[in-house]
Design a binder for this molecule. Structure first.
Ligand code: MTE
Length: 328
């Protein structure tokens, strides 16, 4: 996001040129899973158009979501692209680094600490977290601040379900997400690309919005390490960097949390980070995006970026009256 830029301002990796890895060799067809009824008939029709390889990881199917806007009727990004073209600076700053290096991340056992202004603080193991609510599959657009986008079927549940369970206190106005930082497992911690741990945050109403998801899987399987195993955040109307990966602590605060990218470059990355084609990044336009996998690769016609990434009907009212040029 800051490191290597060309004249357009952002990094141009070509995912289809990334060498396929042994992990993807034992491929299975998601179609089989979906056709079995695990994700419902509606999703099976997406699958018919998008038969694709997966990572051979443990299955994590999700039921159909009833949340408004939760399923985009757009072609899914290939699993291979979604799992080999990543930002996860703890494992290196190159798009291909996380897939190469994140095998050293130890995801079992895993606990998340609930802290701050909350009635029921404490530690929750991943097994307990997986059971907080029913797993749903949701097909979200994913727009990176760098100007590329994907369409990914995530598996998880609304973060609101966990928040209700732990009962925030009246003075909890924000939720802060603190992620794993262990130099023994994460070689990227030594290069000082960011001030780790990677931290993100949401205002309480954003965190409680049903579209905001705690994701444990994608494409019907548990998350690959490089995508933020064993759990990450996903708010589809915000730039991708709001989706903190490999979360170890969820803290309820009265004050707006200082987030990693905001600390690194406050003039470029604000707290809200809502996808907004009318507010340019200081170094490049945000009006259009390159959909990874579109025919033509780098030369494919760019798509128009949608206000709130296309989720305006669901989330626009959260920002009524706010100057989104000031609160970017
Ligand atoms: N979470 C952590 N812990 N570390 C990171 O470097 N990068 C963010 C976000 N979450 C990042 C992170 C950025 S910049 C983006 S665009 C998305 O993860 C990328 O998610 P993906 O690799 O699954 O597409």
């Amino acid at each position: 996001m800051l490191i290597r830029t060309n004249s357009n301002g952002f990094d141009h990796g070509i995912p289809s040129e990334i060498t396929s890895r042994a992990a993807f060799e034992g491929r299975r067809d998601l179609l089989k899973l979906w056709a079995s009824g695990a994700a419902g008939a509606a999703l099976a029709s997406y699958a018919a158009r998008d038969a694709r390889a997966m990572g051979g990881l443990a299955k994590l199917p999700g039921g159909k979501s009833a949340v408004s806007g939760a399923n985009v009727m757009e072609k899914l990004t290939d699993y291979k692209d979604a799992s080999t073209y990543n930002n996860f600076y703890e494992f290196g700053t190159d798009k291909a680094d996380p897939a190469k290096n994140a095998h050293t991340l130890i995801t079992k056992p895993w606990t998340v600490e609930i802290t701050g202004a909350v009635k029921k603080p404490g530690k929750m193991g991943i097994e307990e977290l997986l059971k907080v609510s029913g797993m749903e599959e949701r097909i979200y657009r994913f727009r990176c601040v760098e100007g590329w986008s994907m369409v990914i079927p995530w598996v998880g549940y609304s973060l609101a379900e966990l928040i209700k369970k732990v009962e925030p206190l009246g003075n909890a106005k924000y939720v802060e997400f603190i992620t794993m930082a262990d130099a023994k497992q994460m070689p990227g911690l030594r290069n000082g690309s960011l001030d780790f741990p990677y931290v993100e945050g949401l205002r309480m109403d954003e965190a409680m919005h049903p579209l905001t998801m705690l994701a444990f899987g994608m494409y019907g399987e548990v998350l690959p390490n490089q995508n933020g195993a064993p759990l990450r955040l996903m708010s589809p109307w915000k730039y991708g960097f709001k989706g903190g990966k490999s979360i170890v602590q969820i803290r309820f605060t009265e004050k707006e949390p200082r987030t990693s990218w905001n600390k690194a470059a406050p003039q470029e990355y604000g707290f809200f980070s809502n996808v907004n084609p009318t507010v340019d990044h200081p170094r490049w336009s945000q009006a259009t995006e390159r959909r990874i996998g579109d025919e033509g690769g780098l030369f494919a016609k760019k798509r128009k970026t949608l206000m709130f990434n296309g989720y305006e009907a669901q989330v626009g009212q959260l920002y009524a009256g706010m100057d989104l040029k000031k609160f970017y």
